[in-house]
Design a protein around this ligand. Structure first.
Ligand SMILES: *Cc1c(COP(=O)(O)O)cnc(C)c1O
Length: 465
C-alpha cells in the first residue's frame, strides 16, 4: 500500500515512512492511494474473532509490504494486552436500539489509547533499524497528550513534547500527562487555546529549517497509523450487531474528525454503515459545514467536553480530498484559501455527496446533561463527550430497525465534576490510574508564541545527525 498527500505535492510513501512522517511535506495529510475493500464473505468471517484477530484482518491491507500477519499480530497483542477488558472494546446495550461501544479501557481512560498504544510500538519497531532519533511534537486538548505520553514514555530514540492549553484540561487529564517523569517526556502548558497550540505545531512542521534540524513527527490524529487503528472497532462492533447482513449506524463525539473519519474508511472498505453521525458540542464548525456548507472558523467556547473544543478539524481535509474527486491541486488551492480567510464554502454537490454517509448534530450543555441522565437511568454512567454522541444518536433521523452505536470515548471518572453535576454520582477512578493525585507533576508554562516553544524544544531535543 502506498500513501499520497491530500495536496498532491509530497512524495508517495510506504506505511513505515508515513507512520514516522505524520504530516506531509506539502502541508497535506497522507491517505491510502486507494481504499482497500473487504468482501461480504470476508466481513462475515470476522464474526466471533477476538479483537486482535479482527485488527489483523482489518489493518492487513494498509500495512502490506511492511509488516506481515505475524508481526502485525504480535504488535496488536502487545498494544491491546494493556487494556483492562477482555473484549478490549466491549459493546453495552442501553435499550432496544441504542448501544455504547466502550473505547476507554486502555491505560489512560480514553479512546485515544486504542490508536496510540499501537503507534508507540510501531515507532519503536521502525526506529530500531534506523539511525534516527525522533522528536514527537503534539498539541492536545486533553486526551491525546496523556495517551501519547503513556505510549512513548521511556521508549528509546524518541522525545515527546506535548503542548496543552493552560487551565483548559481537566485535572485528571493534566495529571495523567504531567506526573509522567520519564526523561524523554516534556510537557508544555501554553497560555492560549488548543487551536493556538495546534497552529504552533503545524507551523513547526512547515518551518523547513526547524523541521530539518530535528526529525519531527506527529502523534496527533493527522498521523495515518492512528486513524488506521481506529477503523478496527467499527468492524468489531458492527459484526456483533449483524453486519454484513444488517446495517449499523454510529454516533461519534467529534473534535478533530479523526475518529469519525476512521468510520468513513470502514464504510469505504465495504462495512454497511447506515450513517455516521458527527456529534459536536457548541463548537460546531463541522455541523455547520455538513448541514449548511459553512466551514468557517468561529471562536472556541470552553465546554464540559474539552476534547471537542476545537474549531479547525484537521482530518476534515481528508474527507474534503475525496469530495474534491481526489484532486490534490484543487484541494491545495481550497485549503490555501481557507488558511488565509478562515472560511471555506462547501458546494451543494459536495454536501449532497457527504450527506450519503454523514449526519451531523450540535449538542448544547443542557442536551448533554439530559443524555447523561437518560444513560444513568438505563444503568450506565457516561462522560460528557459520550453524552454528546448519545444525545445526537437519540435525535438522529435513522430507520428504526437500524441499531445505533454511540462511541463511548472517555471513562466518566476523567470528567467527574461534569458527571456529578448531571447525575449526582462521582465515578471513582479505576485502580489502574489510582495514586494520580499524590504524584509529583512536572511541566513548563510558555506564552503562545512560536519563538518561545521552538526555543524550548531546541534546547532539549536531539538534533538530526
Ligand atoms: C479526542 C476525543 C474526541 C474527539 O475525537 P476526534 O478524533 O478528535 O474527532 C472525543 N472524545 C474524547 C473523549 C476524546 O478524547
Amino acid at each position: 500500500m502506498r500513501y499520497i498527500s491530500t495536496r498532491g505535492q509530497a512524495p508517495a510513501l510506504d506505511f513505515e515512512n508515513v507512520t514516522l512522517a505524520g504530516l506531509a511535506s506539502d502541508g497535506g495529510l497522507y491517505v491510502p492511494e486507494t481504499w482497500p475493500s473487504l468482501s461480504k464473505d470476508e466481513i462475515a468471517a470476522l464474526r466471533g474473532l477476538s479483537y486482535v484477530d479482527t485488527a489483523v484482518a482489518v489493518m492487513r491491507p494498509f500495512v502490506a509490504g511492511v509488516l506481515d500477519d505475524a508481526e502485525l499480530r504480535a504488535l496488536c497483542q502487545a498494544a491491546y494486552g494493556r487494556f483492562s477488558h477482555a473484549a478490549v472494546t466491549p459493546l453495552v446495550q442501553l435499550d432496544g436500539r441504542h448501544w455504547l461501544l466502550e473505547l476507554f479501557h486502555g491505560p489512560t481512560l480514553a479512546f485515544k489509547d486504542v490508536a496510540l498504544q499501537l503507534l508507540g510500538l510501531l515507532f519503536e519497531r521502525f526506529l530500531s533499524h534506523r539511525d534516527t532519533h525522533l522528536t514527537v511534537v503534539g498539541a492536545t486538548s486533553g486526551d491525546t497528550g496523556s495517551a501519547a505520553i503513556d505510549a512513548l514514555a521511556g521508549r528509546a530514540k524518541v522525545d515527546i513534547f506535548m503542548l496543552h492549553p493552560l487551565g483548559r484540561v481537566s485535572e485528571v487529564q493534566r495529571r495523567q500527562m504531567t506526573t509522567v517523569l520519564a526523561p524523554n517526556v516534556h510537557n508544555i502548558a501554553i497560555e492560549g487555546s488548543f487551536d493556538d497550540a495546534q497552529a504552533m505545531v503545524k507551523a513547526m512542521f512547515a518551518d523547513a529549517a526547524f523541521a530539518g534540524r530535528f526529525t519531527l513527527s506527529a502523534v496527533n490524529s493527522i498521523n495515518w497509523a492512528r486513524l488506521m487503528a481506529q477503523i478496527v472497532y467499527y468492524f468489531y462492533a458492527a459484526v456483533r450487531l449483524g453486519a454484513p447482513d444488517r446495517p449499523v449506524a454510529f454516533s461519534v463525539p467529534t473534535g478533530n474528525f479523526g475518529d469519525v473519519f476512521a468510520g468513513y474508511v470502514a464504510e469505504r472498505m465495504g462495512l454497511p454503515i447506515a450513517r455516521l453521525i458527527v456529534a459536536t458540542n457548541v463548537n460546531d464548525i463541522l455541523h455547520r459545514a455538513l448541514s449548511a456548507g459553512d466551514y468557517s472558523v468561529g471562536s472556541v467556547t470552553p465546554t464540559a467536553a474539552p476534547s471537542m473544543d476545537i474549531q479547525v478539524s484537521s482530518n476534515f481535509e481528508r474527507l474534503l480530498f475525496d469530495l474534491h474527486g481526489r484532486d490534490g491541486a484543487a484541494l491545495a488551492a481550497a485549503m490555501k484559501g481557507f488558511e488565509s480567510s478562515k472560511t471555506l464554502a462547501i458546494g451543494d454537490a459536495m454536501r449532497a455527496e457527504a450527506a450519503l454517509r454523514f449526519l451531523s448534530a450540535r449538542v448544547d450543555q443542557d442536551e448533554m446533561a439530559l443524555a447523561m441522565r437518560w444513560a444513568f437511568e438505563s444503568g450506565e454512567v457516561i462522560d460528557p463527550h459520550t453524552a454528546i454522541g448519545l444525545a445526537a444518536a437519540r435525535n438522529a433521523d435513522i430507520a428504526p430497525d437500524v441499531p445505533v452505536v454511540t462511541l463511548a470515548t472517555a471513562h466518566p471518572a476523567k470528567f467527574v465534576d461534569a458527571v456529578e453535576r448531571a447525575t449526582g454520582q462521582r465515578p471513582p477512578l479505576p485502580a489502574r490510574v489510582s495514586g494520580l493525585f499524590e504524584r509529583e507533576e512536572r511541566y513548563a508554562t510558555l506564552p503562545a508564541t512560536l519563538e518561545a516553544v521552538q526555543g524550548f524544544i531546541a534546547e532539549r531535543a536531539t538534533p538530526t545527525a
